[in-house]
Design a protein around this ligand. Structure first.
Ligand SMILES: Nc1nc2c(ncn2[C@@H]2O[C@H](COP(=O)(O)OP(=O)(O)OP(=O)(O)O)[C@@H](O)[C@H]2O)c(=O)[nH]1
Ligand SMILES: [Mg+2]
Length: 307
């Protein structure tokens, strides 16, 4: 429980925003509930819970912010003459216009919560490919250490072709959000996720499993698996069971590693922006000189402060 109970995983003390994405029924809501219960049992500060699914009937956790309090999904469908998916997209769009208020609530959590756990709708594309999803993700990531968790139903990914489709989806979300990324292989109480780990680490084991399936899709999958090799290398994968509450300590350890990654990348991005600012104004030689002078100025002012 060390990772979850220790002081904030973020050096600045800001709460870490964890966004749960994944196919319908993969267990996003159950995992958020299970993680909140896990933190509670360990006596850790309570996480701040946000529900962004306007269509959920019964929520198994007490949300601090619930989209359903602001937007009535059924009325949105009626008012705009929309079907279920259009209703969810529009509800999220309406909610996104007021997301600045959510940000203010999260800011106030600095002293009380280490984690902000955010549940999203099952229609994954609604969140990952809509303007509101992008607005919400970027707003969070620009102010708080933010991590994406792709929840996968392990028991439904035992066929290599289905597994590959799931991984392609995960890959597309990683490249879309460009945030530190964790794959939570859920429902390990039904089947252990070791088969999936083996497929990701051992290309030949995956090929062997594919050989059992003779279809044109398996040929496509064979080629795709070569492409995904690079993606697998940088991936953090953890097996969990939301129902049994297993793997959750390890999950929080991965979140801490993802926060380190977030910090590293934001520092690099800040440096790159700064260098770019100079680069656009000065030719290469002059740039080196400007950076040298700037470092000298920094050193001098540091020395003056110390004196
Ligand atoms: N055996 C088992 N079942 C699980 C686990 N996690 C979730 N489930 C079940 O899977 C079903 C879907 O879980 P949800 O948490 O609603 O999944 P979701 O991803 O939030 O679903 P949507 O919001 O509809 O996309 C429920 O019947 C859960 O009880 C798990 O770890 N093990
Ligand atoms: Mg759900």
């Amino acid at each position: 429980m060390a990772a979850a109970t220790a002081a904030s995983p973020c050096p600045g003390g800001a709460p870490v925003c964890v966004l749960f994405l994944g196919m319908a029924g993969s267990g996003k809501t159950a995992l958020v509930q299970s993680l909140a219960a896990h933190l509670h049992r360990a006596g850790a500060p309570p996480p701040y819970l946000i529900n962004l699914d306007p269509a959920v009937h019964a929520l198994p956790f007490p949300a601090n912010i619930d989209i359903r309090d602001t937007v009535k999904y059924k009325e949105v469908m009626k008012q705009y003459g929309l079907g279920p998916n259009g209703g969810i997209v529009t509800s999220l769009n309406l909610f996104a216009t007021r997301f600045d208020q959510v940000m203010k609530f999260i800011e106030k959590q600095q002293a009380t919560s280490q984690y902000v756990l955010i549940d999203t709708p099952g229609q994954i594309e609604v969140f990952t490919w809509s303007a509101s999803g992008t607005i919400i993700t970027e707003a969070l990531a620009s102010s708080f250490p933010s991590v994406v968790v792709y929840v996968m139903d392990t028991s439904r990914s035992t066929s290599p072709v289905t597994f590959m489709s799931n991984m392609l989806y995960a890959c597309s979300i990683l490249y879309k959000t460009k945030l530190p990324f964790i794959v939570a292989m859920n429902k390990t109480d039904i089947i252990d996720h070791s088969f999936a780990l083996e497929w990701m680490q051992d290309f030949e084991a995956f090929q062997e499993a594919l050989n059992q399936e003779a279809s044109y899709v398996s040929n496509l999958t064979r080629s795709m698996s070569l492409v995904l090799d690079e993606f697998y290398n940088s991936l953090k994968v953890v097996g969990v069971s939301a129902v049994k509450g297993t793997g959750l300590d390890e999950f929080f350890e991965y979140v801490s590693k993802a926060v380190d990654e977030y910090e590293r990348e934001s520092n690099q991005a800040a440096e790159a922006t700064q260098n770019w600012r100079y680069r656009s104004a000065f030719p290469d030689k002059a740039l080196k000189y400007v950076l040298k002078v700037e470092n000298k100025v920094k050193e001098t002012s540091r020395e003056e402060t110390l004196q």
